[in-house]
Write a new protein. Structure first.
Length: 428
C-alpha cells in the first residue's frame, strides 16, 4: 500500500514527480524541520510572555516587555548580517569554508562585544528615556552581545544546511529562558531576574550550536580571506533591502498610531499582528530556500525546482490562511484577541491579502539575493517610499491605510516579477 502511494506520480509544472521524490527533496525536508521547529519555538515564546506577565505586576511587565522590545530592535537592525553569513557560507567551496566560518564567527564576537560596551555606556540615557531602572539596561547590554554571536552561529548552521541543530538550539534557548525566568521571578528577583535567565539561556544556546560546529569551527585571529571586499559589497545593498522590507510591515503600524484615534490604532495593530502570522509561518521556507539556491548558484547548477517548490508552498499557505480569515474572521479574532476587537472582523481578510503579497515579494527578494543579484534592492526601497507617501495622503481610516499598504507591496512584488521576466528573456 505504502509503496503504491510513494510511487504515485503527479505533474508539477509539467514534470512528473512521485510522492517519494517530493518528500525526500531537501527543500521539502528542510522546510518541514524549520516550520515545525519554529512553530514550537513561537509557542514557547508566547507562553513565556503569558506566564511571566501573570507573575509580574503591570508596571514590572511593562519594563520587561520594553526591554525585550529594545533588544529586538537592535537585533533586527543587524539582521541583514544573517543574510550575508548564510550567502557566503553556503556558496563557499569546501576548502575555503572553514576560513569563512572562522572569519564570520570572530567578526560576530567583535561586533557583539562592541555593541554591548556601547549599550553599557548609553545605559544611563536609555534607562531614563524608557523609564527603566538602570541595572536592567546593564543586563540588557550583554544579552544583545550574545544575541549577535547567536545570530551568526545560527546563520552558519543555516548556510551549512544543518536545519535540525538550528531549530533545536533555538528551542533550548526559549524553553530555558521560560524555566529560569519563572524561577527567578518566583524567587522575587523580578525583571532583572527574568533577564538574567534570558542571559543564561543564550549562553546555553551558543554552547549547543558550538557542539554541533565542533569539527568545523576553528577560531583563528589571523585568517586569510580572499573575498572580504565582495562580502562588504554584498552587505551594503543587503542592509538597504532588509531595512526597506522590514519598514513595509512596520511603517503602517506607526503611521496608524499617528493618524488614527488610539482605539482605531489599537485595532489596526491587532489586525496587523494577525496578518503577520502568514509571514512568520512561511518564513522558514525562505530560510531553507536561500542556502540551497546559493549553493547551487555557486556550483552553476539549475535551482528552478527549489524556487518553484518554495513559491508553491508559500502561495498555498498564504491562500489557506487568507481564506480562513475571509470565512471565519470573528472566530479567529475572538480566540486570539477577544470580543473587544470584533468590530474590525470584516477587514481581517484585507490584512491577509496585504501580508500575502508582501510574503511572496520577500520570497522573491531572497531568491535574487541568493543568486548575488543585489540590483533589485532598489525595488523595495521604492515600495517603502510609496507606502509612506500614500499613507501620509490617505489616512482617515483603517481601510485606507491597509489599502495603501497593499498597493505599496504590490509595487514591490510586481516589480520583482517584471525584473524576473526581463532577466529571463535577456532584456536586462
Amino acid at each position: 500500500m505504502w509503496q503504491k502511494i510513494s510511487s504515485f506520480k503527479f505533474s508539477f509544472f509539467g514534470k512528473p514527480v512521485s510522492f517519494k521524490d517530493a518528500v525526500s527533496h531537501p527543500m521539502f525536508a528542510g522546510s518541514a524541520i524549520m516550520v515545525f521547529g519554529s512553530n514550537i519555538a513561537n509557542f514557547f515564546a508566547s507562553i513565556y510572555h503569558f506566564v511571566i506577565g501573570r507573575m509580574l505586576d503591570p508596571n514590572q511587565y511593562g519594563e520587561l516587555a520594553t526591554t525585550i522590545t529594545f533588544i529586538s530592535l537592535v537585533i533586527t537592525s543587524l539582521s541583514f548580517l544573517s543574510i550575508v553569513v548564510v550567502k557566503f557560507i553556503s556558496s563557499s567551496k569546501a576548502q575555503a569554508q572553514k576560513a569563512v566560518i572562522s572569519w564570520f564567527s570572530l567578526a560576530s564576537i567583535f561586533i557583539g562585544v562592541g555593541i554591548a560596551v556601547l549599550l553599557v555606556a548609553l545605559a544611563p540615557f536609555t534607562s531614563k528615556f524608557f523609564h527603566i531602572h538602570q541595572s536592567i539596561m546593564y543586563v540588557a547590554a550583554p544579552i544583545v552581545g550574545l544575541f549577535i554571536v547567536s545570530m551568526a552561529l545560527k546563520s552558519i548552521l543555516q548556510g551549512l544546511l544543518m536545519f535540525l541543530p538550528n531549530v533545536l538550539s533555538t528551542n533550548v534557548q526559549i524553553i530555558t529562558r521560560l524555566a529560569l525566568g519563572v524561577i527567578a521571578v518566583y524567587l522575587g528577583w523580578e525583571v532583572a531576574g527574568a533577564l538574567v535567565g534570558f542571559l543564561i539561556a543564550l549562553v546555553l544556546e551558543i554552547m549547543v550550536m558550538l557542539y554541533y560546529l565542533r569539527n568545523i569551527l576553528v577560531l583563528k585571529f589571523k585568517i586569510k580571506l580572499k573575498n572580504k571586499l565582495s562580502i562588504f559589497k554584498y552587505a551594503i545593498p543587503t542592509l538597504f533591502s532588509t531595512f526597506s522590507v522590514n519598514s513595509l510591515i512596520s511603517t503602517d503600524v506607526l503611521l496608524a498610531k499617528h493618524h488614527l484615534s488610539s482605539f482605531d490604532a489599537g485595532i489596526y495593530a491587532a489586525l496587523s499582528t494577525l496578518g503577520k502570522i502568514i509571514f512568520f509561518g512561511t518564513a522558514p521556507i525562505a530560510s531553507v530556500m536561500f542556502p540551497l539556491i546559493a549553493k547551487k548558484y555557486s556550483e552553476r547548477k539549475n535551482s528552478n525546482d527549489i524556487f518553484l517548490i518554495s513559491m508553491s508552498m508559500t502561495v498555498l499557505v498564504c491562500l489557506g490562511v487568507t481564506f480562513i480569515y475571509f470565512l471565519f474572521p470573528k472566530l479567529v479574532i475572538n480566540i486570539l484577541y477577544g470580543d473587544k476587537y470584533l468590530i474590525a472582523a470584516n477587514k481581517l481578510y484585507l490584512f491577509g491579502i496585504f501580508i500575502s503579497v508582501y510574503t511572496i515579494g520577500t520570497l522573491m527578494l531572497n531568491y535574487f539575493l541568493s543568486r548575488d543579484d543585489t540590483k533589485v534592492v532598489v525595488i523595495p526601497l521604492i515600495a517603502a517610499f510609496v507606502q509612506y507617501i500614500l499613507i501620509r495622503l490617505y489616512n482617515e481610516s483603517i481601510l485606507q491605510i491597509v489599502v495603501m499598504s497593499t498597493i505599496s507591496v504590490c509595487v514591490m512584488t510586481v516589480g520583482f516579477v517584471l525584473y524576473f521576466l526581463l532577466k529571463k528573456y535577456k532584456f536586462l
